[in-house]
Design a protein around this ligand. Structure first.
Ligand code: AMP
Length: 121
C-alpha cells in the first residue's frame, strides 16, 4: 500500500492479485501454493481460464530465475483435465503491447471447448 498525492491509501497490487487475495470477486476454479486460476471475465471460448502466479511477476520478459512461474504448466495440465478438455485445448501467454498483454501480471490463458483457429489474429 502507498500514499497517493491526495492522501488516500492505494493498493499497488494488480487486478489479478486482488482476485487472488479475495479483494474483488472472481470465479476461482483452482488454486495451490503457487498459482490461482479463475474464469476470464470476457471468455473467448466455452472454457476460458486465467492461470496466474501468486507472485506478482509482470510478464515473460521479466521472469525471475525461480518462482511460482515454474508451476504454471503443471497447473494448466491439471486444470485442463479437471475441466474435461479431453479433445485438446490451447495455452496462450501474451507479452507486451504487440503481444496483446493488458494485465501486467504473468498468466496463461487456458482456452478450450471448441476447435481453435490457426494462425491467431
Ligand atoms: P492479457 O490481455 O493476456 O493480459 O489477458 C488479460 C485477461 O484478463 C483478459 O482476457 C481479460 O478479459 C481478463 N480479465 C481482466 N480483468 C479480469 C477480471 N476482473 N476477472 C477475470 N478476468 C479478467
Amino acid at each position: 500500500m502507498t500514499r497517493s498525492g491526495f492522501g488516500q491509501t492505494r493498493s499497488m497490487s494488480t487486478v489479478f492479485s486482488k482476485i487472488v487475495n479475495r479483494e474483488i470477486p472472481g470465479t476461482i476454479v483452482y488454486e495451490d501454493e503457487h498459482v490461482v486460476a479463475f474464469k476470464d471475465i470476457v471468455p473467448f471460448a466455452p472454457v476460458h481460464i486465467i492461470i496466474v502466479t501468486r507472485q506478482e511477476i509482470p510478464g515473460i520478459a521479466s521472469l525471475p530465475e525461480t518462482g511460482d512461474h515454474l508451476h504454471l504448466l503443471n497447473a494448466a495440465k491439471t486444470i485442463a483435465e479437471q475441466q474435461g478438455l479431453t479433445n485438446g485445448y490451447r495455452l496462450v501467454i501474451n507479452q507486451g503491447e504487440d503481444g496483446g498483454q493488458t494485465v501486467d501480471h504473468l498468466h496463461i490463458h487456458l482456452l478450450g471447448g471448441r476447435p481453435m483457429a490457426w494462425p491467431p489474429g
